[in-house]
Every structure is written in structure tokens, then in C-alpha cells.
Write a protein that binds this ligand. Structure first.
Ligand SMILES: *Cc1c(COP(=O)(O)O)cnc(C)c1O
Length: 331
């Protein structure tokens, strides 16, 4: 697997830690549970978008761009990591933030990632729920061009084939770390939404002929929509790197049972999962992605989905700043 031919902007603190969770493993009495700390990637509190941005911004710089434009929900972690990367590299940065408002709290538009985005110097354009973010980004790009700038549009969640390359590389990193402690990993469990983290991992493990399976806990839209998106990006990535034999038919596993009442909406299972990880392992999860994904992991372990001899790594994809706008959920 040759990734060196793709331009990459070094932004992440790598490798991120890979650690055993002894107290949680004992508490659940099932498979051995590990954690991959991609909340420690380093860009303004870290998260999974940083690995994708290394390749996306690598491409932007190769094309001579001077302004990054991206979009997300108001509390998007992706936009915050993009703003930090732009600041670090001296690029302009504009965000289209869609007001989907999953919780009714005035803090939602002021605190957490919004506070950090403003601090990092990004120009924010808030638009109504249901707005076409792609169209709004194209308009911002046109405006940048009119002012003589050179815009580069990064898709929502950094999810295209270039973004996936970051997680292809992460699969390799996980393999090396698990090998070093003699742990053959059976599963990597991750939150999945815009999809390219899961796509990249799937293709990365397939390229290494690894036995490790990737289980995506869908926190976003209908399973069919998310799975189709994960598959499309994975197939494109497989082709880009010339994966022999392509992807297995069952390579994309997406489980939406732990989504609760919708994207960004708190659930009792999420609250329990966030509290358990904090109290047993000192690990802080987020309410939108990792809290629900971890609730999924707990639910599957308790429901007997895994074998007691399995080794499972939970991918901590970040998101901690959102916790502060969900204070009411943890009262
Ligand atoms: C964006 C995000 C995800 C989802 O990753 P995708 O690659 O978009 O599927 C998971 N966790 C956190 C904290 C995120 O910000």
C-alpha cells in the first residue's frame, strides 16, 4: 500500500496511543477491550478529522489554495479541526454551519466547537436547517474568488476518497501497535457518520490482508444511506490504491440500533456509556458520536455479540468540546 505518492500536510500527533482498558474489560466480563486514542491527534482538542485533513489539505496546498471552505452541523468537530489546521498553516477559513439544532439550549450556538471555531479565526456562516450545504459552500468559494483568493472546498466530514486515505494509514498504525503487544485484533468499533473513517479502515485492513473487522456504529442517518456512502468511498479508495480482488461483499458493517431518536439527540444509553468510560477508565467521550458508539459496544458485549476470547479496539474519534453544550444531559 503506497500512500507516499499523495501530498500530505503533517498535522496530527502520530501515532496516537493504543491502550488496554483493564477496568472496563473486568467490569463487563467479556472480550478484551482496547482503545485507540484518536481524540489525541492534537488539533485544538483532536479528533478523527485531523487524519483526513492531512490528505485533503495536502491536496489543497498542492493546488495552490489559500482559503479552506467546509461545512457541518453547528457543533461540527470537523469544522473546528479544519479551522485549527488553517490557522496553523496560515490559510483563510470559512465554514457553512447548518442549524439542525438537536438540543434546545442557547449554549448550542455559543459554546463548545462554536467557541473554538471563533477563537481559531474561522469565518462562520450559519444557515437554516435543511439548507443545501454544497450550494452554500460553492457560493462562498465564488465570493473568495471574486476577492482574488484561491478557495478549496472540503466536503462535509472531510469524507471523500482523499479523506479516507487518513484512515487507510490509521489501519496500518493500529496493526503495528496491536502486533507490538501481541494482540490479534478481531474488531475495531467506531462511530460512523459521513463515512470515510470507516471506509479508510476497511480498505486499510483489507490491503494488509488483516483479519480485523470494522464495525461502524451509525449515529447519523438511515443505515442504508450511511452504508451506501461508506461503501462508495471504500470502493473508490480500493480502486485508487489498486486493492487486489476489491472489497469483500460483507466488508461494510453498519449498525444503527444505538442512534436513539436521531443525530445529536441524547439517549439514556449514551449518558450511561459516557459515565462508565469516565469512571472506569478516566476517558472522556462525547454525546453525539463516541458516546453512542460506546453505548453500541456496551450493548453488543452485553448482548453476547462477541466471543469472550475476542480482542476489540474502540476508536475514540474525539468530539469532547460538544460535551459542554450537552451539560443538561448529565445533570
Ligand atoms: C465526524 C466524527 C465521527 C464520524 O466520522 P465519519 O468519518 O464522518 O464517519 C465520529 N466521531 C466524531 C467525534 C466525529 O467528529
Amino acid at each position: 500500500m503506497q500512500l507516499v505518492r499523495f501530498p500530505r500536510a503533517p498535522l496530527a500527533h502520530l501515532p496516537t496511543p493504543f491502550e488496554f482498558m483493564p477496568r472496563l474489560t473486568r467490569h463487563l466480563g467479556g472480550p478484551r477491550l482496547y482503545i485507540k486514542r484518536d481524540d489525541c491527534t492534537g488539533l485544538a482538542t483532536g479528533g478523527n478529522k485531523t487524519r483526513k485533513l492531512e490528505y485533503l489539505i495536502g491536496d489543497a496546498l498542492a493546488k495552490g489554495a489559500d482559503t479552506l471552505i467546509t461545512a457541518g452541523a453547528v457543533q461540527s468537530n470537523h469544522t473546528r479541526q479544519t479551522a485549527a489546521a488553517a490557522a496553523k498553516l496560515g490559510l483563510g477559513c470559512e465554514h457553512v454551519l447548518v442549524r439542525s439544532q438537536p438540543i434546545d439550549d442557547p449554549e448550542y450556538e455559543r459554546n463548545g466547537n462554536v467557541l473554538l471555531n471563533r477563537l481559531l479565526g474561522a469565518e462562520l456562516h450559519l444557515v437554516a436547517a435543511g439548507s443545501d450545504a454544497g450550494h452554500a459552500m460553492a457560493e462562498r468559494a465564488e465570493d473568495v474568488r471574486r476577492r482574488g483568493g484561491r478557495p478549496y472546498i472540503i466536503p462535509v466530514g472531510g469524507s471523500n476518497v482523499l479523506g479516507a486515505l487518513g484512515y487507510l494509514a490509521a489501519a496500518r498504525e493500529i496493526e503495528i501497535q496491536a502486533d507490538a503487544v501481541d494482540v490479534p485484533l478481531d474488531y475495531v468499533v467506531t462511530a460512523t457518520a459521513s463515512g470515510s473513517s470507516q471506509s479508510g479502515l476497511v480498505v486499510g485492513f483489507a490491503a494488509a490482508s488483516s483479519r480485523t473487522r470494522v464495525l461502524g456504529i451509525n449515529v447519523y442517518q438511515d443505515d442504508g444511506v450511511v452504508a451506501a456512502h461508506v461503501r462508495a468511498i471504500a470502493e473508490e479508495a480500493a480502486e485508487l490504491i489498486g486493492l487486489k480482488g476489491g472489497l469483500a461483499a460483507d466488508a461494510i458493517a453498519v449498525n444503527g440500533e444505538f442512534r436513539g431518536s436521531g443525530y445529536g439527540r441524547p439517549s439514556p444509553e449514551m449518558v450511561e456509556a459516557v459515565e462508565l468510560a469516565a469512571r472506569l477508565e478516566g476517558i472522556v467521550l462525547d454525546p453525539v458520536y463516541t458516546g453512542k458508539a460506546f453505548a453500541g459496544l456496551l450493548g453488543l458485549v452485553r448482548g453476547g455479540y462477541f466471543k469472550a476470547t475476542d480482542n476489540i479496539a474502540f476508536l475514540h474519534t474525539g468530539g469532547v468540546p460538544e460535551l459542554f453544550v450537552y451539560r443538561a444531559s448529565f445533570a
